[in-house]
Design a protein around this ligand. Structure first.
Ligand code: SAH
Ligand code: CA
Length: 214
């Protein structure tokens, strides 16, 4: 499901700071060489992540789901001096490519890229986090949220991607709900009912839940 008229989306992109050569290259190489290239954040969402990071000025960001590094580089670009991004992914086939992009970004020193299952890695991270971007396997969204919520600084921002799940969260009566859709529905209502945060579900691209720890 497209949420926005393609002509409007093009207009939005034409009025958002252009992607630089590296981000264009990451997009090209992801499309040419990697499975499921639709998962990449892309121009508009990438710039949004960079600007959110600049507004939030986090000391530590945690990203769950690096993929080819696009969103990570966007957030790392928003970091101030001494700020750091920890980014996790279970897919070690992408490691060489991703490390190459991080080197090219000139920000590799601020990026701590770890391979493994985020469910196992997060409990080993002390925190605190000022910003978290949840963008890995959808059926674990609620678990990721529970693993990080107590490690968020007050005022810390949690962003979770794809929470509109191509519109599948609007369940038609009598229709069977698949596992991932159910996981997203559970995650969204969990955040909505959590008194520890204030939140807004932004209808950007595939939907971004923004929750701020009180
Ligand atoms: N944030 C990226 C896209 C992430 S795609 C961007 O916007 O460009 C989702 C990623 O989550 C995939 O690379 C996948 O390997 C990773 N992933 C899936 N399950 C995971 C897990 N249990 N632990 C860590 N990473 C996981
Ligand atoms: Ca995503």
């Amino acid at each position: 499901m497209e949420f926005i008229d393609p002509a409007l989306l093009t207009y939005c992109e034409d009025h958002s700071t252009e992607e630089d050569t590296l981000l264009k290259k990451i997009t090209r190489e992801t499309q040419a060489k990697v499975m499921l290239p639709r998962m990449i954040s892309g121009h508009l969402q990438g710039k949004m992540l960079e600007l959110f990071t600049k507004m939030q000025n986090p000391k530590t960001i945690l990203e769950i789901g690096t993929y080819t590094g696009y969103s990570g580089i966007c957030m790392a670009r928003g970091l101030g001096k001494g700020g750091k991004l920890i980014t996790l992914d279970i897919n070690d086939e992408l490691e060489t490519m991703v490390r190459g992009f991080f080197e090219e970004s000139g920000l590799a020193e601020q990026i701590d890229y770890r391979l493994g299952n985020a469910i196992e890695i997060i409990p080993t991270l002390p925190g605190p986090f000022d910003m978290v971007f949840i963008d890995a396997d959808k059926n674990n969204y609620a678990r990721y949220y529970e693993l990080i919520i107590d490690k968020m600084n007050p005022g810390g921002i949690i962003l979770a991607d794809n929470v509109l799940w191509s519109g599948k969260i609007l369940v038609e009566e009598g229709k069977k709900i698949d596992k991932d859709t159910q996981a997203i529905l559970d995650f969204n209502s969990m955040v909505q009912n959590d008194p520890r945060v204030e939140n807004a579900l932004l209808p950007i691209r595939d939907g971004v839940m923004m929750a701020r720890k009180i």
